[in-house]
Write a protein that binds this ligand. Structure first.
Ligand code: FAD
Ligand code: SF4
Length: 468
């Protein structure tokens, strides 16, 4: 089978397991941050700021770093994005702010993400509270799900005096930032710190509380003045091929979650690993497997390099980590021995006409079956939509869907029901889903709820604890 693999590069194995899962980019020292901030041209029309979905005033926060006002820099960031700490680590800056930086072409773009992290770490270390709960306005809002969309909406509403309760089915808050984003990009403490920030703003959290099981959606609509639905998406769907329930076949999201909640030494991994899918989740699973110690990790994808959904910089990162790619390869069966996975049977594919997604569709090459030996298979082929909430919304509250995602008015994120708003991955029917877009959805919904309940002229400025 050797001809199916590209050469594997090796990671620096002299690093300990813990070191391999440290944050990938080290934090800037004060000197490094100031030097980098001084490179910024403070552009008048700042394309970096236009490219940021939450419109952070990037030139201003960078200038404040260069003049030693790091506290003021952090405030500038948080005024536009309460999840500035998470976003500084997980944002695909290469295609957003840094990709738009005017220094992109002739020089190196400003490392906006790392500067943002510098300011956010400073605020976190010094335990600075920038905002306070607004004067109570008498309205009660419930937020279903505590991912970035839910946290952002809850925090913005609390600043304006709403009484906000967040219901979360998991033990911890933060959604995928806590459980799904690979630990060497975002440690769990960062997103849990953001949950704490919302608690300090007066947001009430009820963890281990699943809407649909522990409390009914109908009761929420009756009891609260507005409901914000930010439930994200569900588990990885089945591949629907024989053998997929076999020992050694893992759900990609559960695999990533283990690295966030378990001691690294307790995580089981294979020696020869196949990852199915070619999105960012697949890349994360593959790089985690390599860093745990898997010798051979192959990403198996039925289309070609040109159609793969992962960002190009993620693809390059995975290759540097020694992950190999098998394009135009369709898995058809998991082959086992004594109940354990032994190989993945695949077929070769070719590219045909574009399908509904606009990408050229894979077409089977006749008589092209072959096997890839492996002792672990990780599936990373997207996420299921959560049907309990969407079924309820459609059947009982007249809410519309687009391709199975909740349909909202773009200006307010309100659904067809006047009391129900939604945001985050559960509304993202097209384009890339990301933390920063979920944060912006939460902000839009908070404004929408504010204006709906308090009227068009509603006072929108959040209460600030400090103006410096
Ligand atoms: C593996 C992976 C890696 C990613 N990496 C990146 C990255 O590097 N950068 C980036 O910008 N984006 C990344 N993303 C995308 C990003 O994480 C999501 O777009 C973002 O988290 C969406 O936020 P959300 O609030 O809509 O949903 P989620 O973060 O999914 O949060 C939804 C919350 O709702 C809760 N919930 C669900 N149903 C119920 C219920 N019935 N009752 C109560 N609570 C409920 C869930 O437990 C969860 O906490 C990644 C996604 C995945 C899957
Ligand atoms: S585009 Fe680049 S140089 Fe201009 S303000 Fe933004 S970060 Fe600074």
């Amino acid at each position: 089978m050797a001809e199916h693999y590209k050469p594997v590069k090796y990671l620096p194995w002299e690093m300990s397991l813990e070191e391999r899962f440290q944050e990938y980019y080290p934090a800037y020292s004060e000197r490094e941050a100031v030097l980098e901030a001084n490179r910024c041209l403070y552009c008048h029309d700042a394309p970096c700021m236009v490219a940021c979905p939450t419109t952070i005033d990037i030139p201003t926060f960078i200038r404040k770093i260069s003049t030693g006002n790091v506290k003021g820099s952090a405030r500038t960031i948080l005024e536009s994005n309460l999840l500035g700490a998470s976003c500084s680590r997980v944002c695909p800056v290469e295609v957003l702010c840094e990709g738009a930086c005017v220094l992109q072409h002739d020089h190196k773009p400003i490392t906006i993400g790392r500067l943002q992290r510098y300011a956010m770490d400073y605020a976190q270390e010094k335990n600075i509270e920038f905002f306070q709960k607004g004067e109570p306005n008498g309205f009660k809002v419930v937020v279903v799900g505590s991912g970035p969309a839910g946290l952002s909406c809850a925090g913005e509403l609390a600043k304006r005096g709403f009484d906000v309760t967040v219901l979360e089915k998991r033990e911890w808050g933060g959604g995928l930032d806590t459980y799904g984003i690979v630990v060497f990009r975002e440690p769990v403490e960062v997103s849990l710190g953001e949950v704490k920030m919302m608690e300090k703003l007066g947001v009430k959290f009820k963890f281990n509380t699943e809407v649909g099981k522990d409390v009914s959606f109908e009761d929420l609509v009756k009891e609260y003045d507005a409901v914000f639905v930010s439930v994200g998406l569900g588990a990885v769907p089945e591949m629907e091929i024989p053998g997929e329930k076999m020992e050694g076949v893992h759900d990609g999201l559960e695999f990533i979650e283990e690295t966030k909640v378990k001691p690294l030494k307790d995580i089981k991994f294979g020696n020869r690993v196949c990852v199915i899918g070619a999105g960012n989740t697949a890349i994360d699973c593959a790089t985690i497997a390599r860093r745990l110690g898997s010798e051979r990790v192959s990403i198996v994808y039925r289309r070609s390099e040109a159609e793969m959904p992962a960002y190009h910089f993620e693809y390059q990162f995975a290759m540097k980590e020694g992950v190999s790619f098998m394009f135009l390869t369709q898995p058809v069966e998991v082959i086992g021995e004594n109940g354990k996975i032994k190989a993945l049977k695949c077929k070769r594919m070719d590219l045909g006409q574009p399908d509904a997604s606009g990408r050229r569709s894979p077409v089977e090459v006749p008589d092209s079956e072959f096997e890839i030996p492996c002792d672990m298979l990780i599936t990373a082929i997207g996420q299921k939509k959560l049907t309990y909430i969407t079924d309820k919304l459609v059947n009982e509250f007249g809410v519309k869907l687009i391709k199975g995602y909740i349909s909202v008015d773009e200006k307010t994120n309100r659904t067809a029901h006047p009391k129900i708003f939604a945001g985050g991955d559960c509304i993202r029917s097209h384009g890339e889903a990301s933390t920063v877009m979920a944060v912006e959805d939460g902000k839009i919904a908070a404004n929408g709820i504010h204006v709906t309940l308090c009227g068009e002229g509603a006072h929108r400025e959040p209460a600030l604890a400090s103006k410096k």
